[in-house]
Design a protein around this ligand. Structure first.
Ligand code: ZN
Length: 164
């Protein structure tokens, strides 16, 4: 069939994602499939490359190295900051996440690791950085991206006209 996964197609997937230790990190099933636009870098490169050319109904187990996944852990993103750098209204607790912008305007999601007195230890690495990812994927649907989706560079739910 001509309807295989290629750039500009919107793909719906059922999948599970396990980390290096086999712990389930994320999943989607046929009732609530995961949608993405192929070639738009919405998913990690190792998975996107492995899905290229698949058809509806295909199943695949994909192992993705950190390099083709969320990258290696960057020690420079583990920081200690002062409590006073947070707004007073924020109740800090370990595990909470917040967004910060680096000097070059990139947004980074930090996770609060621990709090010691006035010191807050934070980590801007993706929780899956440094991990080998195990994807178990089933292709549920493939359709052409709408003009709107192409303009936005990402998939919209349903037939592509439903706006997010
Ligand atoms: Zn959009």
């Amino acid at each position: 069939m001509s309807d295989k996964i290629e750039n500009g197609k919107v793909v719906s997937l059922a999948y599970s994602l396990k980390d290096s230790e086999g712990k389930l990190m994320d999943r989607a099933d046929s009732k609530d499939p995961f949608l993405y636009m192929h070639g738009a870098h919405q998913i990690v490169p190792g998975l996107e490359g492995a899905l290229e050319g698949l058809n509806v109904g295909d199943k695949k187990v994909v192992e993705v190295s950190p390099r083709d996944g969320y990258g290696e852990k960057n020690p420079a993103l583990k920081l200690t900051v002062n409590k006073s750098q947070f707004p007073e209204t924020v109740e800090l607790e370990s595990g909470m996440q917040f967004e910060a912008h680096s000097a070059d305007g990139q947004s980074v999601i930090f996770t609060v690791e621990s709090i010691e007195g006035d010191k807050v230890h934070i980590d801007g690495n993706h929780p899956l950085a440094g991990q080998t990812l195990h994807f178990d994927v089933e292709v549920l649907g493939i359709r052409q991206a709408t003009e709107e989706e192409k303009a936005h560079g990402h998939a919209h739910s349903g037939d592509g006209h439903e706006h997010h």
